[in-house]
Write a protein that binds this ligand. Structure first.
Ligand SMILES: [Zn+2]
Length: 256
């Protein structure tokens, strides 16, 4: 007769393997879609926390963001050490920003770092601050902090400093460098990256026409009241997955 405890252990192991496989497909898909949308380029990355809380999936330093596959991802710990991954691969130099954001924010399970030029512009001029001007940018109503140190986030100290700048917010700009966006899961992260860049581009375009009118506090409060993130995120995730499949960016058989 099978030992029930052992049997439960096997089921748990199977369930964890299934969760990891799903997350691997989501991280690879999110990276490919952000690359196809020209939000993330040759050196950005997406991470996802694994069950247990202190390890995460991330792509390697060298692998192309345009050709990522689930099996190429690395498992790293919160000190930036690679625990498993394809032979010869190593974590990205800026793995520490993911380590320290995930360590500092238990509510965050996914993070993206990218270097989107039109968005970075808002850190390059005096007295111009990126604010929420489009309705879906209410996600950043609490503020979009700017990390003043433009350095590569390639040490734990620099990662911790960035986590300190981000604080309780959902995105931050890194001066003359790029952006970080954090979310509760990979679909939420993709949609936030899309809306974050959309808002920055809209503000840039609007500023060419005249004085920018940010959303007022009462407009933000009303939109937040109406917004159903649990409906909005799956709707847009399905749209972007479908778009990417139709464009041949994503394989048809990934479970997303
Ligand atoms: Zn960077």
């Amino acid at each position: 007769m099978p030992d029930p405890a052992q049997h439960r252990g096997v089921n748990d192991a199977d369930r964890l393997a299934e969760i990891e496989q799903r997350l691997r497909q989501q991280v690879a898909a999110c990276t490919l879609m952000l690359n196809d949308l020209e939000i993330l380029g040759y050196s950005g990355h997406v991470s996802a926390r694994l069950p247990g809380g202190d390890t995460f999936l991330i792509q390697s330093f060298d692998q192309s963001r345009a050709e990522l596959r689930p099996e190429m991802l690395l498992v790293c710990d919160l000190d930036g050490k690679m625990l498993s991954g394809p032979p010869g691969q190593r974590p990205p130099a800026e793995v520490f920003l993911h380590c320290e954001l995930l360590r500092a924010r238990p509510d965050v399970n996914s993070a993206a770092h990218f270097h989107h030029d039109r968005t970075t512009v808002f850190t390059l001029v005096q007295d111009v601050k990126l604010v929420a001007i489009k309705n879906h940018a209410v996600r950043w109503a609490s503020g979009i902090p700017v990390h003043e140190d433009p350095s590569h986030l390639n040490t734990p100290e620099r990662g911790r400093a960035l986590a300190g700048t981000l604080g309780p917010h959902h995105a931050a700009l890194i001066r003359a460098h790029g952006q970080v966006v954090v979310a509760e899961d990979i679909p939420g992260l993709l949609i936030d990256c899309v809306h974050f860049v959309e808002n920055a581009e809209a503000m840039y375009d609007a500023s060419l026409l005249g004085a920018v009118r940010p959303l007022t506090e009462s407009e933000i409060a009303l939109f937040l009241q109406d917004l159903k993130r649990d409906k909005h995120v799956p709707k847009l995730w399905n749209y972007y997955v479908g778009r990417a499949r139709a464009r041949g960016v994503l394989p048809q058989d990934w479970v997303l």
